[in-house]
Design a binder for this molecule. Structure first.
Ligand code: KG4
Ligand code: ZN
Length: 333
């Protein structure tokens, strides 16, 4: 079955065609129109601008996805669209476009949870991957551990209690003058610094919880910067990047070990924009290798927001019986 995926929850408009059937998972097209250059001027995503930019891009990139795949709408057996969570004005563009397209062409429609979509990116990279596994979502909006019992059966067993990892990376990136979004730039810069240079608090909460908190770490890093400014000193950006990334990687590794111990699960799937971070990938690999656990890392091209992952998850939601109609609505949460 060919599935048209649509994604517009934040600052990427994406349309993809994925072929899914028993034993087959194939990306035919995955077109992404990024708005990063527009939002960079403001140091972060401006919701109203994001909504408008989605409107301008969505029709064009849907045609582009069909053309790239060499298909027409008549070949499409399912339309899967991100319906939540995300920026409401941005989500509404994809949802309304998807509803109109599905209704006009008599194609079944399913609304897809964006976070589940991130996890489904791994199905496209690992043809033999099947639940159950431990799903770890590290993104701009989420930092969560899930037991993925089945394709549509998720139990959250740990999460951030405040900011997500990506928000923390972006915030610190911005204050040390890196272009938005700061995550990828901090990743590189961290190689040039000493991770012991600045003492920062771990985002991993103490005790046997699998929860995180990034607000204390963020404040501590900002205080380092402000203290240096007040003393007329220059902050060593690479050292701060290394210390900040190091404490996140160590905290993440500690909670990953705990999650594996608590659940006894032998397969881990990393997902979300922040799972592109090379230090976090290495930390996860070390934890999993030591315990004989299989680690499935999405390719960098599928870590960030894209519609192929939405199409993949949409297929499993459809198989599980989900059908949405013209009353499908977007939700910010
Ligand atoms: O999953 P995503 O594309 O969007 C959400 O669903 O939130 O994640 C975007 C986040 C941004 O905060 C960005 O800075 C971060 O992923 N990111 C990274 C890296 N590449 C992207 N963070 C750390 N290291 C990276 N290499
Ligand atoms: Zn995302």
């Amino acid at each position: 079955m060919y599935i048209l995926g649509l994604e517009s929850s934040c600052d990427e408009t994406s349309a993809a065609i994925v072929e899914m059937s028993e034993g087959k998972r194939r990306i035919c097209a995955n077109i992404i129109a990024s708005q990063i250059d527009i939002h960079r001027l403001y140091g972060g995503v401006v919701p109203e601008i994001a909504g408008r930019a989605h409107i301008e891009a969505v029709t064009r990139i849907t045609h582009e996805a069909l053309d790239t795949a060499g298909l027409t709408l008549r070949d499409i057996g399912l339309c899967a669209v991100t319906s939540h969570p995300g920026l409401i004005g941005a989500l509404l563009v994809g949802v309304n476009f998807g509803k109109s397209l599905a209704f006009a062409n008599n194609i079944p429609l399913v609304g897809v949870d964006h976070v589940r979509g991130h996890i489904a990116a791994a199905y496209l990279e690992y043809p033999d991957l099947v639940p159950p596994f431990l799903g770890v979502v590290l993104s701009g909006g989420h930092t969560s551990f899930y037991i993925v019992r089945d394709y549509t059966d998720f139990e959250e067993i740990g999460a951030t209690r405040d900011d997500a990892a990506g928000e923390a990376f972006d915030k610190i990136g911005r204050v040390i003058g890196l272009p938005y979004p700061g995550g990828a730039a901090l990743d590189k810069l961290a190689y040039e610094g000493d991770k012991k240079a600045y003492k920062l608090p771990s985002p991993a909460l103490a005790g046997d919880t699998l929860d995180f908190s990034f607000s204390g770490l963020k404040t501590a890093a900002l205080n380092c910067i402000h203290n240096a400014e007040q003393k007329g000193e220059e902050i060593h950006r690479a050292d701060l990047a290394a210390s900040f990334t190091g404490v996140i990687a160590d905290g993440f590794a500690a909670k990953l070990k705990m999650a594996l111990k608590q659940t006894g699960i032998k397969t881990v799937v990393l997902a979300g924009g922040v799972s592109a971070n090379s230090h976090l990938r290495a930390a996860a690999q070390a934890v999993c290798d030591k315990r004989g656990v299989r680690l499935c890392l999405p390719p960098l091209s599928l870590c960030g927001d894209n519609a192929a992952m939405i199409a993949a998850q949409g297929y499993y939601e459809f198989l599980a019986g989900q059908r949405d109609g013209t009353d499908l609505n977007a939700s910010a949460v």
